[in-house]
Design a protein around this ligand. Sequence first.
Ligand code: ADP
Ligand code: ZN
Length: 733
Amino acid sequence: MKEDSHDLLFPSPQKRVVPVLVPMPAPGPYSYSLPEGMDAAPGAIVQVPLGPRKVIGVVWDGGQTAVDARKLRPVEKIFDCPPLDKPMRRFIDWVAAYTLSPPGLVARMALRAPAAFDPDPMVEGLRFCGHVPEKLTPARQKVLDMAGDGLSWTKSGLAHAAGVSSSVIEGLLRQGVFEQVFLPPPPLVAPPQADYAPHRLAGHQHDAAEVLVDAVRAARFSVALIDGVTGSGKTEVYFEAIAECLRQGRQALILLPEIALTTAFLDRFHDRFGSKPAEWHSDLATRTREKVWRQTATGEIRVVAGARSALFLPFENLGLIIVDEEHDPAFKQEDRVFYNARDMAVVRARLGNLPAVLVSATPSVESQVNSQQGRYQRIHLPTRYADAAMPDLHLIDMRRHPPERGGFLSPLMLRAVQKTIEKKQQALLFLNRRGYAPLTLCRVCGHRFQCPDCSSWLVEHRFRGQIQCHQCGHAEPTPQACPECGTLDHLVACGPGVERIAEEVERHFPEARTLVLSSDLGGVKRLRLELEAIARGEADIVIGTQLVAKGHNFPLMTLVGIVDADVGLANGDPRAAERTFQLLSQVTGRAGRTGLKSHGLLQTYQPQHPVMQAIVSGDAQAFYDREITEREKAALPPFGRLVSIIVSADSRAEAEGHARQLRQAAPPVSGIMLLGPAEAPLAMIRGRHRFRLLVHGRRNSDMQGFVRAMLENGPKERRSIQVQVDVDPQSFL
Ligand code: ADP
Ligand code: ZN
C-alpha cells in the first residue's frame, strides 16, 4: 500500500480520469471521472454507475486514457476500506492473462463480500465513571469489582463477567454509574500466539522446520515441497513456519482442499496457537464472510485457513502461504475462471515476494518434477512420528477370491472386517461412488436409465427412493416399471455404490454399527458431527466416499478396505494412474495413525498393475519414476502443456460447426498441435451438446497467445454458443 501513498497525497491535475475494474466479464477497466475534491489511488475500492446499476469496482493501474473527462460518468463513492495493494492487483492481472479470463471476473473473486467495504458499526459499551450507587447490593458490588478499573465493557460482556443479569447493569446505567461509550467491533477470532504450546519436534522434523523458518525469515519468494508419509508430522512442521511468520508480525494463509470438513484441523491449530484461524469457504454465512474479508484487509486476522478462493483475500501483510494436500484435484476451480489454486498460490507468492510451502504425502507429478529440477526445495519426512507403523498393505486378487453372487466384498475382506470389529476397532470400506448403483437397467428389454439432459446414467439412491444424475442433479422417483417395455419389477441395479455396500455389510454384520459417509447424505454440519462421532469410536464399520480420505484422524481405525481399487484406472485421463495412486495411498494412510497395528486391503482385478504394485510395496519412488518417464515420453504435463477448449450449444450441429471454425482459425505455430474437435466424453450436460479441442504444446510454447489468436480470428461469438477455455486441464470429460 505504501507505493500508492504518493499518488494519494499529491494527485496531479491530469489524473482526473481513472480506470475502474468492475466485476463483470469485460475485457478491461472502464474509465470514470473523479469529481472535484475526490481522490482515488490505484487499488481504492469505489462505487460506480454501470448502466442503470451501481456496482463496486477497483481503481486500476494504467496511464491516462484518451477520453474526454467531461463525458464520463463520475465515481460516486470511495469506500473507507483498505485498498487492494499492488501485488494483489498484479495477481489479478496475472491470473486473468494466464487463464484467458476477463480481469473483471477475476477481480470479482477478490471482491466477493458485498458489505465488507464499509467499516463495521461501532458497538455500544459502557465505562464506570466514579459514582458509587446509592444502594450497593451484592450483585451491584460484583459489577463494580469488575468494572471499577475504568475500562470499557460491552453490556453483555460485563454482565457475563460479573455473573449477574443484564437488568443489574441497566439499573446502574440509569443511576449514572456508567457512561455510554462506543467500541470498535470485537475481532472475529483472537490473534494466535506463536509460542502458545509448541511441540518438541523429532530430529528430522526439527531440521525440516528449520528450513521453513529460515525461508520465512528471509521474507522473499521461495517454494518448498514437504513430502512425507501420512502421520510423519508435516502439519507440525509447517506450524513452526506459521509461528515464525506470526513472530515477524506477518499474516499466514493455509489452503486446504476441503475446509468445510476439517474441524479436526481447526482444533489442532487451536491447541498449538491458543485460538482458531479464521475460516474461509463457500459455506460461510454472508455476514461472517464480510467480517473475514475486512479483518483480513485490516490485519486484525492473522491466519486464514481456507478453500482455494482464500487466495483472493486482500491480506494486509501476507508473509507465508501453505498449500496442504497440494496434489488434491479440489484445488482446481472449473467454473467461470478455471484456475488451479496450488499453482496460483506459487504465483501469488512470487508477486508478493514471500515463501510458499506445498505439502503432501503423495505430491503431484508436477511438484515432484519441480523439486527434482531444483525449482522447489524438497523436504522429505520418510517415517511416521513416534514409531506409529504404516498399515501393512495387501492386494486381494478378485479373480481368485471372488465375492459371493450379488455381492462385492471378497470373503477375505469380510473376514478382516470380522476380526477388526471383534477387537472393538473400526473398519473403513472405501468406494468412491455415491448412491446405491451407478446404472439401472431393465432385465427384459435392456433399457438403461439415462438423464434426459446429459449423457450420463442415472444413479439409484435407495435411501432417497430416487434415481439421480450426478452431472446436473436431475432426479426422479425410482420407477416400478420400465418406461420402454412396461414390464413391472424387472429393473436391476448394476454395480455398487456406497449404499449397496452398506446393505451387504449389514447382511453380514447385523449387530455392528454401520455408518455411510457420503456428501449427498446431509450438509456440512451433519458430516462434521458424523466425523466426530467416528473419531470417538461410535461406529464399527464406516462406508465412505473420498470425503473420508481427507485429513481426518480416527484413532481406532485399524482396517481400511478399498472396494474397487481399479475404478480410477480405466479412463482417458493422463493423470488416471497418479490420481488412483494418490487417492488409495491417502485412504490407506487413514489406518493406524495412533500406533495400533493396522491393515489395508485393496480389491483388484489387476494385481499386476504398476499402481497396485507401487502401493503395496510401499515404493512410491518407483511409481513416480515410472510415471515421470511416461509423461516425458508423451510430452504430457509438466513436460508439455495442454489447453482444453469446450464448445457447447443447444444443438449438436451448432456446437460441432463452431468448434470446426475455431480449428480453422488456429495460427500455424511450430511445436503446438491442435487435436479435435471431437465429441466430449460427456457429450451432453444440461441439454447442451459439447465438443472438445485440445491444444498440446511444448513446455515453453506460448499457449495463451495461440488460443487468443484462435478466438480472435475465429467465428463471431454468439449467444447460443459457449466457449470454455481451460488452461492446464485436470478434467478430460
Ligand atoms: P501429517 O501431517 O504428516 O499427516 P501430523 O502432523 O498430522 O502428520 O502428525 C501425525 C500425528 O503425530 C498427529 O497426531 C500429531 O499430533 C503427532 N505428532 C507428530 N509430530 C509430533 C511431535 N513432534 N510432537 C507431538 N506429536 C506429534
Ligand atoms: Zn443430467
